[in-house]
Design a protein around this ligand. Sequence first.
Ligand code: ZN
Length: 304
Amino acid sequence: MAYDHEPHKRNAYMREYRARRASGNFELRRRGRKPLDLGLLCTWEFEWYKAFHLLRDGTQLPADPNFVAANERATREGLRWWKKASLKEILGDMQPGTPPPFHEVPEGEHEKAKKHWEMREWRWLKDFAEQQRKAEIAALERWLKPRESPARAGRCENWETLADPDASIEAIEHSCQEWKILPDVRAQGLGVFADHVLVNMEEFRRMKRDQRYPGPDADDSRMEHLARGMAGVMVGASPITAIQRLRLMKHDSGGPLWVEKESWIDTNSKRIEAPPHCRCWRCSLKRSRRTWRRLRTLQEEGHL
Ligand SMILES: [Zn+2]
């Protein structure tokens, strides 16, 4: 048993166990007695976090100001380059290849035919370069345009209903129906998350009645709590157990997802060795944020 060394948790587990037996769906949840696979639980937590975040904010993850700044700078530089680049700069080494032998042209006109051919080839290359310039500028300008957030108010209301500990079953059902049909939710195939809430309505409402459920001022923590609880539902464990285990999980060298050694081959066939790290999504996200922050600093100090 995973809880043997932590008696207070075992008691909580036993309480949960008895509650399940009493509630009659014990057989259904029997799988929950297996030791928890924290890697799987963490993966589901991430998926639920992204699904809730998309519902509330219109993006799967919170925006990273350093990522935006670092990329915006590079994009603006790219844009400037494409706007003033000469044909030669765009084409680089590209030039007309070897002209055909012109067998069909009389001997004396070969030179003229060759010149003609080269001129036509250069015209084609010039058009090609201009088209490339246009396409690049359009793509970069699109990136720089402020992202339109899809009708925030309505989605926010649906999230608030889901997060509200006093929301009725009918209100949650209604919000789930609206959540499911949001165009970006459908496009990204995330409608199933609303279905999971509908199917597990009782579990979902129960985790909001937990004494640890954060107050209305801590909306991000509420999202975390619900994502962890639903991750538990996904792996057949009790939501409260999942919430506790994920909350107390260690992320250092003693943690369950700690990786001492990891290496991979990069695109230049070079072996890359990663320093020891926790492979959970939170720590991965933190690492990538640190990278963007460093990149932004380097750019601002003029090293890049
Ligand atoms: Zn971690």
